[in-house]
Design a protein around this ligand. Structure first.
Ligand code: DO4
Ligand code: MG
Length: 291
């Protein structure tokens, strides 16, 4: 079962429903994911089990990023050994900060996106025109309700400029927060359907003109943090009335000097959670021209 956000073929309005692989059944009375995330996880489970709105064949609905309303996307950094290594290599003069945060009790958490800027499955992502080395970061996303409970999981791409991040860690917001830098989707896999979130394979495939130019595989078993702990830090001193998505860090980083290019297709798969596919454009004008 997946919780999907989509455009209702009946009304043309945004809707939220339950996809069992054959059909999507609308959750009547609920029009946003944010509304669902105001419920406790027990209430959410009951609500999903009782879906009784209009039904549509699964393949017939266009899925939207499962992030809306007042939801925010946040991300954790340097939570896998591979990410720590990559940061140390790209930022010689500030390597220490990454070594220190990997082992520190307090995780690195940073703001990633407001809901309306998030790309969904089948959408575009962007690399900055003022950056030379850019990568996707495939990450398990925690979908957190307004009480900070893990309600489900999704796939997040924390698209990043390694050029800008590598010059100075204080440039991190510019390396990571810009139009086209965040993709989430294709849906939300409810928490009660994933037996062990610490044993999920993550794959990343980048294709260019039909050829694979980079691919890799890892697992959430390599995560150096506990998921509840990451969520707990996010909610320690902040409030999320419509819930939030928290990306849990990348374990796949292509070696330098690999970079994403205009027209590349990025496919991220997380076992039991879903597959998120996007196409890369270069620069703000190309990203803005999206219909
Ligand atoms: O500190 C830089 C951010 C690292 C990151 O985004 C990650 O590890 O996924
Ligand atoms: Mg990341």
């Amino acid at each position: 079962m997946q919780i999907v956000r989509f455009t209702s073929p009946l009304t043309g309005a945004d809707a939220v429903g339950i996809d069992d692989g054959e059909q999507v059944v609308e959750l009547s009375g609920i029009t946003t994911v944010g509304e669902l995330l105001r419920l406790s996880s027990d209430e959410l489970r009951d609500r999903c089990a009782g879906a009784d709105g209009p039904a549509h064949p699964s393949g017939s609905v266009r899925r939207l990023a499962p992030v809306d309303g007042l939801m925010e996307v946040w991300a954790a950094g340097v939570t896998y050994r591979r990410s720590r290594e990559a940061r140390v290599i790209e930022s010689e003069r500030a390597a220490d900060v990454y070594e220190l945060v990997y082992d520190a009790e307090r995780p690195e958490l940073f703001f990633k996106s407001v809901a309306w800027k998030v790309s969904g499955d089948g959408d575009r992502i962007a690399v900055r025109a003022d950056s030379e080395i850019d990568v996707p970061e495939p990450e398990l996303g925690l979908v957190l309700n307004s009480a900070g409970e893990i309600a489900g999981y999704t796939v997040v791409d924390d698209v990043s400029s390694r050029t800008i991040e590598g010059v100075n860690p204080l440039y991190l917001p510019q390396a990571k927060i810009y139009l086209g830098a965040c993709a989430v989707g294709p849906a939300i896999r409810p928490v009660w359907e994933v037996a062990d979130p610490y044993a999920l394979d993550i794959t990343l495939t980048i294709t260019r003109a039909g050829e694979t130019v980079w691919d890799g595989k890892s697992s959430t078993s390599e995560l150096n943090r506990r998921l509840d702990d990451l969520a707990g830090y996010l909610f320690r001193a902040d409030t999320f009335p419509d819930g939030a998505v928290l990306a849990t860090g990348t374990s796949l980083v292509p070696d330098l000097p690999f970079t994403l290019g205009d027209g590349d297709t990025v496919t991220i798969g997380i076992a039991e959670v879903g597959t998120l596919t996007t196409t890369v454009v270069r620069g703000l004008d190309a990203m803005r021209s999206q219909a």
